[in-house]
Each structure stands twice: as structure tokens, then as C-alpha cells.
Design a protein around this ligand. Structure first.
Ligand code: SAM
Ligand code: SF4
Ligand code: SF4
Length: 335
């Protein structure tokens, strides 16, 4: 089948798959500990798509244009034997890029195995370099040390590494420059992410967003940075290069300068619901389809969801939509 386009002529290029909704952290902007406490009802494991089912779905999606897969969650490395899924995905002919987003805690143990299975890239989330700020933000009092060990393990295994830092005003904006210094020195790409109103539990306010402009102004006070061209259509980060180096730094400006017009991403929850936007209210259940339909039927099921897609939430966001529109939590839909 030909690549298909949605209502606004955006192709489906990129699928983000949540393999579990559970996590070993409780970052306040994603899974606040007051809500995701010991009694929180996470998805029973029996509801997860199996690796064979995920492979079948990605094969169908690759038929209509998907080339990139990102595994996420919750914390994807909590899903047992994830390398087996990566091996299956890397054998799908149309899939050119397999990436993972993780908090890095389990990378010292798993990085080599994941790379050997076909993983190419990891995005590692780290929101501060100062111990007390990091400990507070991850909600589990975890030190930066195991995360740095995880980053080193990924580099050593030969994985391409990017660091993601979600910036919240008054929480970790004082970490922008220390983080930039730390990762520039190591030649590792750091990307600042504007705090988003995903889900309805993280107390988001427009005033807690540190904008791309503010971040670049702050960086420019200490470093000489030059804009770099996007690598491909739909790239989400604005990229810059520290002058005189080949180290990049980026900003993902989902709030202050949204990029819905080139959004080529869909998401799949661990229990098999496809979401055509991070801020969707409803998903399309594909579990039954994957269990009952043949390849052509499944491909058509996915194509028919994408063809009518009209999402452009970030272009339309206001304080009002942030507060009142029901949205799926990030840990469920997959970041
Ligand atoms: N547990 C893994 C991790 O933290 O990398 C993967 C899942 S996490 C939901 C994926 C990404 O979403 C992380 O980089 C995280 O920082 C980001 N994220 C979560 N909540 C966010 C929010 N409210 N605004 C912006 N980014 C957010
Ligand atoms: Fe867990 Fe990632 Fe969410 Fe933090 S951002 S609570 S590590 S899923
Ligand atoms: Fe894509 Fe929805 Fe984000 Fe816009 S708001 S960039 S459509 S996921």
C-alpha cells in the first residue's frame, strides 16, 4: 500500500509504543506520587499486547509509511525481555530506526543486550544535575549517579544518546546552565523540553512553562550557539550547535511554538489502543483487530484511523483547554 496521509496531508511516519504503564520513578510532571501512590491501579499485565502482537501491528503500519519506532512507557525497561521485542521489530523490512526513551536506571544491566538486538538510539530523561533537585523531581529520592552510569553504559554499548530535560519554572530552571555545561563537556546532545499539559494530574499552568526563547536567551549568555538545519521533515527539536564544536543542544517547544502542522506521530498504549495525538481523549482499540484480522485487514484498520485524523491540539491550546479537556496521562499513552 502507498503511504497514507491524514486530513491535513500529514503522513504517518513514526509510532511510539508504550510497553508498560508502570514506572520506578514518580516525576511530578508525569506521575505525581500523590496520585500514583501504592494503591494506584496500573494495567494488569494480562492486558498487555504480546511482542508478537506488537510485531504484527508495526508490520501493518510499516506498509502505510511508518519507518520509525520508539519504545516508551511508563518505564519501558521494566517490561521483561524487551530486547526480544527489539529483535522482532528490527527484522521488519520497512523499519529503519528503533529508539527507546528511558530514565536510564536499568541501562547498566541492559544496554549491551538492547544494542545487540537492534536498538539504535536512546533518549534518556534527566531533569537536573544538582543532587537535591534531581532527587526531589524523580519523586523517589534517586541520586544522579545511577542515571549517569546508565548514560555511560549506553554510550559504551554504541548507542546514540540524547538527554531530555523537562523544564519547569521555579522547579529546575536553575539547572539549565549546569546541565548544558555538564553535557557539552561530554559531547552529549541535551534537549530542553517545554513542560506540557499532558494528562490532568500534573497541575500544569502556562506560567510554569519556560519557553524556547527564554531557554535560548539563557544559553546565549554563556555559550555561543548557532542554529542547525532540521535533519528531516517533522523533526520536533530546534537544534543548535555550540560554536567550534560538533556538540548539539536542542529545544522542543511544544507549547510556545507548536509543530502540529508537521506531526507524523501516532501512539500505541501497552493494551493496544492507538492514539493519533498526545492530547487525545479517546484511543482506537486495535487489540481485537490484531487478534482477528489478517495482514491486509489490519493494515486497512490502521489506515482508516489515520486518514480521518484532524488533531492539532498544541496549535489550539489555551489555559482553558489545558484545564478542562479530558486527556490521557503521559505514563499511559507513552511520551
Ligand atoms: N520513563 C521514560 C522516561 O522518563 O524517559 C519514558 C516515558 S516518559 C513519559 C517520556 C518522556 O516524556 C520523558 O522524556 C519525560 O520527561 C517526558 N514527559 C513526561 N511528562 C511530561 C510533561 N508534562 N511535559 C513534557 N514532557 C513530559
Ligand atoms: Fe517515569 Fe518517565 Fe514519567 Fe518519570 S517521566 S515518572 S521516569 S514515566
Ligand atoms: Fe502532534 Fe498532537 Fe502534539 Fe500536535 S499536539 S504535535 S498533533 S501529538
Amino acid at each position: 500500500m502507498e503511504p497514507i496521509k491524514d486530513f491535513y496531508q500529514r503522513p504517518l511516519h513514526d509510532i511510539r509504543i508504550s510497553v508498560t504503564d508502570k514506572c520506578n520513578f514518580r516525576c511530578g510532571y508525569c506521575m505525581p506520587a500523590e496520585i500514583f501512590g501504592p494503591d494506584f491501579a496500573f494495567m494488569p499485565k494480562e492486558q498487555y499486547l504480546t511482542f508478537d502482537e506488537i510485531e504484527k501491528l508495526v508490520t501493518a503500519m510499516s506498509e502505510i509509511g511508518v519507518e520509525k519506532v520508539r519504545l516508551t512507557g511508563g518505564e519501558p525497561l521494566l517490561r521483561k525481555d524487551l530486547h526480544e521485542l527489539i529483535a522482532k521489530l528490527s527484522r521488519i523490512p520497512g523499519i529503519k530506526d528503533i529508539a527507546l526513551t528511558t530514565n536510564a536506571m536499568m541501562l547498566p544491566k541492559l544496554a549491551g543486550k538492547l544494542k545487540a538486538a537492534g536498538l539504535q538510539r536512546v533518549n534518556i530523561s534527566m531533569d537536573a544535575i544538582k543532587e537535591d533537585v534531581f532527587k526531589k523531581m524523580n519523586g523517589r529520592n534517586v541520586s544522579t549517579k545511577p542515571v549517569i552510569k546508565g548514560i555511560d553504559a549506553a554510550i559504551e554499548a554504541g548507542l546514540e544518546v540524547k538527554i531530555n530535560m523537562v523544564v519547569q519554572k521555579g522547579v529546575n530552571d536553575d539547572q539549565i546552565l549546569p546541565m548544558a555545561r555538564f553535557f557539552k563537556e561530554r559531547g552529549v546532545m541535551l534537549r530542553f523540553i517545554e513542560f506540557m499539559d499532558v494528562g490532568s494530574t500534573n497541575g500544569w499552568k502556562m506560567s510554569s512553562v519556560v519557553t524556547k526563547k527564554e531557554i535560548i536567551t539563557m544559553l546565549s549568555e554563556e555559550f555561543e550557539v548557532e542554529p542547525a538545519d532540521p535533519h528531516y521533515y517533522g523533526e520536533v527539536a530546534d537544534r543548535y550547535i555550540y560554536k567550534g564544536t560538533d556538540t548539539e543542544v536542542g529545544v522542543i517547544s511544544s507549547v510556545s511554538d507548536s509543530f502540529c502542522s508537521t506531526c507524523t506521530r501516532a501512539r500505541l498504549s501497552a493494551d493496544g489502543k492507538m492514539y493519533t495525538c498526545l492530547f487525545a481523549t479517546e484511543g482506537f482499540d486495535l487489540k481485537e483487530a490484531v487478534q482477528t484480522k489478517d495482514h491486509a485487514g489490519l493494515t486497512e484498520a490502521v489506515a482508516s484511523i489515520w486518514r480521518v485524523r484532524k488533531d492539532r491540539y498544541s496549535d489550539e491550546r489555551t489555559e482553558e483547554t489545558a484545564k478542562n479537556r479530558p486527556k490521557i496521562e503521559m505514563s499511559y499513552i507513552g511520551g
